[in-house]
Design a protein around this ligand. Structure first.
Ligand SMILES: [Zn+2]
Ligand SMILES: [Zn+2]
Length: 260
């Protein structure tokens, strides 16, 4: 037999993993598998560096520094804050992530991550935080700013939420929705484990910044229908993830944290 079909080799692989990791895997299965597909930055070696373009006003800079340091704890990736070039509309830059803040209006969202992919490879991303809400006392806190920025940047690496219920026990990760952001301001061990799973293989090419061309198709964030179809909902029934097909194997994924 030349090769085992994937659907037949998978159970063998899983039972091997179970045999070697035993109880640990059982106790973490529910929260450890939270990628949003097989999407990942293409790169030829680990650890790799994702550039975070800083388009933030000075008040947000300490939070980006925290988020950048938090994710750089990962064994497989580092982040590097660079001068942003997103300008007014936070345009995407090929091969990296642009991070922006502005008063985006009373549109309902605290933060948005948009991630462009080609096939399974992430090609660029943008993160936007909405000062229309973050200027209000309820959200103008270190905890809320850390949670939202950490989560949206986390999405740009291929991570999904660990949990989308706001009122259950906090998991201690920014990838967990919560009514109380205090315990959820940073990644937890399962996020780093998930990154190691996503980035276990190497590619022969890279989609990380080798140039700074701005080739991304802009998606109008004020217009949710332009985000494509909703494919996930949070525990309050609000769409938390959208997918839009751009053709030729290209898609843009939009992740939303809604304000109350
Ligand atoms: Zn790959
Ligand atoms: Zn999210």
């Amino acid at each position: 037999m030349k090769h085992l079909p994937f659907h037949r080799s998978l159970p063998l692989f899983l039972s091997a993993v179970l045999a070697t990791t035993g109880v640990l895997l059982f106790s973490t299965t529910a929260s450890a598998l939270h990628s949003w597909g097989s999407y990942h930055w293409a790169r030829t070696s680990n650890p790799f560096t994702v550039k975070l373009g800083d388009n933030l006003s000075a008040a947000w800079d300490p939070y980006l520094a925290t988020t950048s340091a938090d994710w750089s704890v990962s064994a497989v990736l580092d982040t590097n804050i660079v001068t942003g070039q997103g300008r007014k509309n936070c345009r995407a830059t090929n091969g990296r992530v642009e991070v922006c803040n502005a008063k985006y209006g009373n549109n309902g969202w605290l933060g948005i991550a948009q991630v462009w992919v080609s096939g399974t490879h992430i090609t660029q991303g943008t993160v936007k935080v909405n000062d229309t809400y973050f200027n209000k006392p309820v959200y103008n806190t270190t905890a809320w700013k850390n949670l939202v920025l950490c989560q949206e940047v986390g999405h740009t690496f291929g991570l999904d939420h660990q949990d989308e219920n706001f009122s259950n026990v906090n998991l201690g990760t920014c990838m967990d929705y919560s009514n109380d952001p205090t315990p959820n301001q940073h990644p937890n061990i399962h996020d780093y484990e998930q990154l190691e799973i996503i980035y276990a293989h190497l590619d022969t090419t890279t989609t990380l910044a080798s140039n700074t061309a701005q080739t991304g198709q802009d998606i109008d964030v004020s217009d949710p229908p332009a985000w494509g179809k909703a494919i996930e909902h949070d525990s309050k029934g609000r769409p938390s993830k959208f997918e839009r097909d751009l053709g030729n194997g290209r898609k843009v994924h939009t992740f939303v944290v809604w304000a109350d």
